[in-house]
Design a protein around this ligand. Structure first.
Ligand code: B3K
Ligand code: ZN
Length: 879
């Protein structure tokens, strides 16, 4: 048990920094047994700080202090206090130079924060508070400085030495060593500092900006990955062009670098001019990575690049403002992905994730507003709420203002705040000032947690030809927030006539140019809208394009849903109608063994499978049944086993009834012989793999032959792993084992593919029971120090293999608790992430919640629990 409770940090306690740092001069001496860091800071008293002189306080973490000099004079130990987490110098002048020398041990740093080693190279991760693990510093984002960084290391082991900015000097040193000096002309917060030293190969390219400047582009990887950089480089160039065209943002330094690192806590990091990526988010070639990986890479490369403006040039004042950069940048990267591929499919994917995981977070013990009011450990707040709901909030501003005024607003924001550390309120203010719109009430989206629920009722006055819609909003209570005010919600509406055509939506009789999709603005608890000139009772298409992150309740009939599935002009709502129909059918079957699957769902799926003229990318999405996690999210006191079995039965009934159509659809899918990631080809591969999976699921012998053939002869990983996944979930035991073995034999030299191999097994209800998952942890390719391996086994098991994870004997929960306890000392960030599935215990029926609660208690009782895990476990167990 942890004896002291970590301190809670409050937004309301924000104060401007007492001291500012104008310039940072760093010298790193890198050795095998550690690193010496010499830092020279140009410090001055902040003119905006109030009150008399105060001591200088610098943050630190796991540092060995060697010396402190003030204006060139070494301080004696009674002239400063080294408190470990704080270095305090009580007496300092208004302006001075402070030199600090620290010793650190990157080779023993398993937390992967600050400076650490990954497969023999040195690299850094400083966001949010990792810079303090490198040297003592006012480690907060509103202290922005110019950095000069000299790196010294062994020349043969570390030929490549990188940091932020431009490379200004290099040379050879004694003893086989060398150095490179980097200078970054743009003031930046410490969390954007980066350093890399290693034996890396580079892929070079160039980009000419809109104003004609030539930018050097480089991707650095370990030599074995040299053939996996093309896609990231192409994605980068597309992102650079797109940001110029859509946001008017041009790149600012002369060089932009990306480095791939195997051991990384998250996806990637937007350090100024030197982005560092988890290998799995940057490296790809068609033979070894799937379509999903290609798409993920394109969007993450773009996301990190876009941060150069939304995050780096304009940064966050404090960490409560995290969504200022993350929400906005996720919004930007999804606009980009939508422009590069299929708009509707992108929207569907984003919303599916939001509704499954962010809604769950917003309804659980860690629920927090997009701008949180307090935290214990900031690393715990890199959440779906900050990122995805934050992006939806920006998206709603875009919807309310329209694209032109939104662009005026973003131009004003970048111009007004360039070089500053600002707040989400400054962002909204820029949008208001540029558009003349009042977003006062809209700001509640940043302050109130919880997912608004909209209850919709309608009636039709045949004689008057008036259609009436009443919409009520309510926002559920969340920890620390019980009474919520109504929010400003853009609600996009369509009305379909009996033929399935959009009716013009008028707010007054005979209004000219009435739109087919009307954005209603909800601001009160309840609104009743009257639409005149509606000649027949329409079928409403509600919340088109998912115009707000809310839940909608309306008593659709199954016939109405089928009708919307085939006729709604809004592709997103066509998909959504299908999901609602499937949810309804699965729920009807839950716990009722004698109930048959509604033939309307089977017919709807048949139409999708056979209509070759329909948009196949949308069809591929529409055919997928809602996932178990989403079904659980929609259910109170969820019974996982019952949900799993009901969904299985629906899947098997569909596959059995549509066997021939599935086979025909499988055989029809042909992609270009040369691998491409066009929406058409992606859809085609997705349909192939889906139809195969369904057929194997019901033990179809002919499909087994097709799967084995596809597995052996596939020319790309999407097809090969699609076949493997289908086999791994099939009843054909011998073939399944053989394919898994063959796949490992074929790919064991490629750690990224081995991660896929782990995940396919750990997430499979057929191949991944707890015993099998424990065996994976003993596999020679598994590595407790590598976050990707942990995610691909433990994360995949707890997040996707729900029937085994939620075994009623509690063994899955105990297994997860053991893992968290084991990782808490070595990597608290990863341990805290893995805790998420247990935090939702209140959502489940008693047989489950009891075991989850016990597992949480056993984590709580561990000695020296990290601040990260402490916060999550205690908030989850709180009454
Ligand atoms: N800004 C980083 C995330 C840092 C997470 C620190 N625990 C990646 C991104 O969102 O672009
Ligand atoms: Zn980001």
């Amino acid at each position: 048990m942890r004896t002291s409770q970590p301190r809670t940090i409050y937004l309301s306690e924000y104060r401007v920094p007492d001291y500012l740092v104008d310039h940072v001069d760093l010298r790193f001496e890198l050795f095998e047994e550690g690193a010496r860091v010499h830092s020279k800071l140009a410090v001055r008293r902040n003119p905006e700080a109030t009150g008399g002189p105060v001591p200088l306080e610098l943050n630190g973490d796991s540092l060995t202090l060697e010396s402190v000099h003030l204006d060139g004079r070494q301080l004696t130990t009674d002239e400063y206090q080294d408190k470990g987490e704080l270095l305090i110098v009580p007496a300092v002048p208004d302006t001075f130079e402070l030199q600090v020398v620290t010793w650190i041990e990157p080779q023993n740093n398993t937390r992967l924060e600050g400076l650490y080693k990954s497969s023999g190279m040195f690299c850094t991760q400083c966001e949010a508070e990792g810079f303090r693990c490198i040297t003592f510093f006012p480690d907060r984002p509103d202290v922005m400085a110019r950095y000069r960084t000299r790196i010294e290391a062994d020349r043969s082991m570390y030929p490549v030495l990188l940091s932020n900015g431009n490379d200004v000097d290099r040379g050879v040193l004694e003893g086989g060593r060398h150095f490179v000096t980097w200078e970054d002309p743009f003031p930046k917060p410490s969390y954007l500092f980066a350093l890399v030293a290693g034996d890396l190969v580079e892929q070079k390219d160039a980009f000419t900006t809109v104003s004609g400047r030539n930018i050097d582009l480089r991707i650095y990887v370990e030599p074995r990955n040299a053939d996996k950089t093309d896609h990231a480089m192409d994605s980068l160039k597309r992102a650079m062009r797109w940001d110029e065209e859509v946001y008017g943002r041009e790149y600012d330094l002369d060089i932009f670098m990306i480095v791939a690192v195997d051991d990384f806590n998250m996806g990637a990091m937007e350090n100024k001019g030197l982005n560092i990526f988890n290998s799995s988010c940057v490296l790809a070639r068609p033979e070894s990575e799937t379509d999903a990986a290609f798409q993920r890479i394109e969007s993450i490369v773009a996301h990190e690049y876009f941060h150069n403006w939304s995050g780096n040039r304009v940064t966050c004042r404090d960490w409560f403002q995290l969504s200022l950069k993350e929400g906005f940048t996720v919004f930007r990267d999804s606009q980009f992905s939508a422009d590069m591929g299929s708009e509707t499919v992108n929207r569907i994917e984003n919303v599916a994730m939001l509704r499954t995981a962010q809604f769950a977070e917003d309804a659980g013990p860690m629920a927090h507003p997009v701008r949180p009011a307090s935290y214990m450990e900031i690393s715990n707040f890199y959440t779906l709420t900050i990122y995805e709901k934050g992006a939806e909030v920006v998206g709603m501003i875009h919807t309310l203002l329209g694209p032109d005024l939104f662009r005026k607003g973003s131009d004003l924001y970048f111009e007004r705040h360039d070089g500053q550390a600002v707040t989400t309120d400054d962002f909204v203010k820029a949008m208001e000032d540029a558009s003349g719109r009042d977003l006062g009430q809209f700001r509640l989206w940043y302050e109130q947690a919880g997912t608004p629920v909209l209850t919709v009722e309608d009636d039709y006055d045949e004689a008057g030809e008036v259609y009436r819609l009443t919409i009520r909003q309510s926002i559920p209570a969340t920890p620390g927030q019980s009474n919520k005010k109504p929010q400003h919600i853009p609600f996009a509406l369509g009305l379909l006539d009996g033929e399935g055509n959009d009716l013009p939506i008028r707010l007054a009789p005979s209004e000219a140019d009435a739109p087919a999709t009307r954005v209603l603005e909800l601001t009160e608890e309840s609104h009743t809208f009257e639409f005149p000139d509606i000649p027949e009772r329409p079928v409403p298409s509600l919340l088109r394009h998912f115009s707000a992150p809310v839940r909608v309740n309306y008593p659709w009939t199954r016939d109405q849903l089928r009708f919307l599935m085939s006729h709604d002009s809004d592709g997103f709502n066509r998909w959504d109608a299908g999901q609602r129909l499937a949810v309804d059918v699965i729920r009807e079957l839950s716990g009722h063994a004698e109930t048959k699957v509604d033939p309307r769902l089977i017919d709807a799926s048949r139409v999708l499978l056979t209509d070759e003229s329909a948009d196949q990318a949308l069809v591929a999405k529409m055919l997928q049944l809602p996932g178990e996690a989403y079904l659980i999210e929609l259910t109170d006191q969820a019974d996982v086993q019952t949900i799993h079995h009901a969904r299985e039965r629906v899947l098997k009934s569909l596959a059995t009834a549509l066997r021939d159509e599935l086979m025909a659809c499988y055989r029809r899918q042909q992609t270009a012989s040369h691998y491409q990631i066009t929406p058409e080809d992606v859809a085609s591969r997705s349909l192939r793999n889906m139809t195969l999976a369904w057929l194997l699921h019901i033990g179809d012998e002919e499909a087994l032959e097709l799967a084995l053939e596809q597995f052996r002869n596939a020319s790309n990983m999407t097809d090969q792993s699609g076949a493997l996944r289908a086999l791994a979930n099939s009843p054909f035991e011998a073939e399944r084992r053989q394919a898994l073995d063959d796949f490992y034999q074929q790919w064991q030299v490629d750690p990224q593919v081995v991660e896929q191999w782990f995940a396919i097994q750990a997430s499979s209800p057929v191949s991944g029971d707890l015993e099998a998952v424990r065996r994976l942890l003993e596999h020679p390719a598994f590595d407790w120090k590598n976050p990707n391996k942990i995610r691909s086994v433990v994360g995949a098991f707890a997040g996707q293999n729900l029937p085994h994870f939620h075994s009623q004997d509690g063994s899955g929960y105990q297994f997860l608790a053991e893992t968290i306890r084991r990782l808490d000392d070595s990597n608290p960030q990863i341990a805290a992430r893995l805790t998420a599935p247990l935090t939702r215990w209140r959502k489940f029926a008693h047989v489950y919640s009891e075991g989850m609660h016990k597992a949480l208690e056993s984590v709580r009782d561990k000695e020296n629990l990290s601040r990260d895990v402490y916060e999550i476990v205690h908030k989850s167990l709180a009454e």
